[in-house]
Ligand binder design. Sequence first.
Ligand code: PLP
Length: 379
Amino acid sequence: MKLATKLIHAGIEPDPTTGAIMTPIYQTSTYVQEAPGKNKGYEYARSQNPTRQVLENAIAAIENAQHGLCFSSGVAATDAVIKLLEPGDEVIAGNDMYGGTYRLFTKVFAKFGIKFHFIDLQNEETLKSFINKNTKLIWIETPTNPLMNIIDIEAVSKIAKANSIITCVDNTFASPYLQTPLDLGADIVLHSATKYLGGHSDVIHGCLAMNDKDLRDKLYFIQKSCGAVPGPQDCFLVLRGLKTLHVRMDRHCENGIKIANFLRNHPKVGKVYWCGFEDFPGYEIAKKQMRGFGGMMSFTLKDDSVDNAMKLLTSTKIFSLAESLGGVESLINHPATMTHASIPREERIKNGLSDSLIRLSVGIEDVDDLTEDLKQAIG
Ligand SMILES: *Cc1c(COP(=O)(O)O)cnc(C)c1O
């Protein structure tokens, strides 16, 4: 089955009792048993829920995976992956990533004795120099948030495999429409389904997909033991979002190309970070591992000051100033004080995330209105 068909049909069967074509929201905490242990495979809704199960199967299908697992948020899914580790284990992660992931690693898990190294994953030699016998996990975000760096998933996974290290790819920015990391050798793929998968800015949700049964069983154990499961209503909303992912992504990509070029050609705009430019450092790898460049991009103004950036951020009329991304509506964001405020300034600046950087999540509105809006806001 091709992706567009899977997005609509994979994992989904008409409701067995009524034939309802849409997956029902099984709003229940428990299930009646005939005798202790004699049941229909459902005992308690933290462990099993039919709405969630359908979504988990759909997520697995669209990521070309054998197994899917859903969580109450993207960070809850990240949290589950890190709980595979033990004190003394080491993680190598990219040095440009979602601020909440950085916060979870450094402020929550570091104190349990897990060591995190944040490095430039674009450089294979640097990566190899950080690998030792305690390295258990490589954490990849690509394109990175917010600088749009491209990490070669296939190359990093190969190095990881040779050293018996698990690779997890946060695929939130690309979505499975543009990139399927398991096909490139990764072991686990993660989504903040809050973003493109849900697609309508109306739900917080996270998920994982993997092929290895043993890994799935360990993560399922963590899911039910730690309890960060999504409610059935949230699963329903993500299921509903998935059905139009391909259509939305096409428009995000189409608008993305136009907005990126508009910005690049604007006399007052400085640097534009978008992986679809042929002279962008990660372009060749992006072209190889992605099927389009998406609607995420960042930029600075030529007259590069925080004041000027702030003026722009508060002048748009269609782009809403808000955290998050991947919804149908366009958003504008100031990473330094919003999505990436939890990364220490020194660390941020060192990795190229300046105080004046502006990030866009280009939505699926009419692109002429979006360019007009940016034009009037840039002035
Ligand atoms: C938003 C985001 C997360 C966290 O997901 P939540 O659903 O907000 O918990 C993780 N990774 C990336 C790339 C994100 O953009």
